[in-house]
Design a protein around this ligand. Structure first.
Ligand SMILES: Cc1cc2nc3c(=O)[nH]c(=O)nc-3n(C[C@H](O)[C@H](O)[C@H](O)COP(=O)(O)OP(=O)(O)OC[C@H]3O[C@@H](n4cnc5c(N)ncnc54)[C@H](O)[C@@H]3O)c2cc1C
Length: 303
């Protein structure tokens, strides 16, 4: 069977796109590998009406509501290959199971965070090692906060994080900042630790933090450490299809126009994989736009 749309990624963006298409009575298939970006966090913050809910529960509820529509099919699995089918549509192969055909695609597979290799960091990701203060800043308000230098954006991040609590910038041995940057950090009351960071340690619970061990042996007390993560696409599908990319602040993003159409006809993209500002609300809104725009293309752009 050839679906009207195949959506790769069934999280905030993909399920939102699918909902618009289902409500337009189109046949939609969602393929999802079940690993949303925020699965490391116990609670998701800031989403309209659902502040503080567990992210996996939010996604499960959205999927349940979507599957109430009879034209929707959901496949748990990993899409590994996407190509034109020679008849104006696409065929997507899965790691296991039959290939899936569709007239249009939505790429909503998100991004993967590439974390620095520092002892004790990875296991605290999403709990006491964080990237977004709007998502996970309030909970640490007024406590000891840190920013790990990963590049020029970290100087900006440190000045922002100071809004939530007393902040230390860990330069991790890098030769920054210059005089103007130092003055800006000083004006925000930010302390600077120049030495290399050896490890993250302690805390009352396995994923909490007591401090950062620096190269001279001291443990600098800290409740949360923020980083600017580098990201990569969660899947090579956009490259396989020949989509163009832009350089985003954290990594590559799939280039789309204002209606979420990529540079390859018939392929839309939405969510973290296709926008510079990334959070669950924006991913969901992006998915809605992609779904509506894709539906209109089915009506008005015969391929
Ligand atoms: C630690 C952490 C905490 C966060 N907390 C918040 C928060 O509190 N509030 C907030 O608004 N935002 C938060 N975010 C950001 C939020 O997670 C993302 O903006 C949001 O998940 C993006 O949604 P998405 O649908 O684009 O991608 P994702 O949610 O990452 O979903 C992509 C889906 O595609 C699937 N997939 C990937 N490749 C394939 C493939 N080849 N085949 C099939 N399926 C595939 C994945 O398994 C996944 O289910 C947080 C992010 C992180 C890292």
């Amino acid at each position: 069977m050839r679906h009207d749309a195949l959506i790769v990624g069934g999280s905030f963006a993909g399920l939102s796109a699918a909902m618009q298409l289902a409500r337009a009575r189109r046949s939609v298939c969602v393929v999802d590998a079940g690993a949303p970006r925020n699965r490391f966090a116990a609670a998701s913050h800031g989403f309209f009406g659902q502040d503080g809910e567990p992210p996996l529960a939010m996604i499960a509820q959205a999927r349940e509501r979507l599957l109430a529509y009879p034209s929707v099919r959901f496949v748990s699995g990993h899409a590994v290959d996407a190509a034109l089918d020679g008849a104006g549509g696409f065929v997507v192969s899965l790691e296991a199971g039959e290939p899936i055909s569709a007239s249009r695609l939505v790429l909503a597979f998100g991004v993967h965070d590439m974390l620095p290799e520092i002892a004790g960091l990875r296991e605290r990701w999403g709990a006491s090692v964080l990237h977004c203060p709007y998502c996970h800043g309030y909970e640490f308000g007024g406590r000891q906060l840190g920013v790990l230098y990963r590049g020029p954006l970290s100087l900006h991040q440190a000045q922002l994080i100071a809004e939530w609590g007393p902040t230390t910038l860990f330069l991790d041995g890098e030769e920054v900042p210059d005089d103007a940057e130092s003055a800006a950090l000083h004006a925000r009351g930010i302390a600077i630790e120049p030495g290399r960071v050896l490890a993250l340690e302690g805390g009352d619970t396995p994923r909490s933090l007591a401090g950062v061990r620096v190269v001279d042996g001291r443990l600098v007390p800290l409740d949360a450490l923020y980083i600017v993560p580098r990201t990569r696409m969660s899947s090579p599908l956009a490259e396989q299809l020949g989509c163009a990319f832009d350089d985003g602040p954290f990594g590559p993003v799939i280039r789309t126009d204002a209606l979420k159409q990529t540079t390859v006809a018939g392929v839309h993209a939405a969510g973290d994989a296709a926008q510079f500002m990334q959070n669950a609300t924006l991913a969901s809104a992006d998915g809605v736009l992609a779904g509506v725009s894709l539906h209109r293309s089915l009506v008005f752009d015969q391929r």
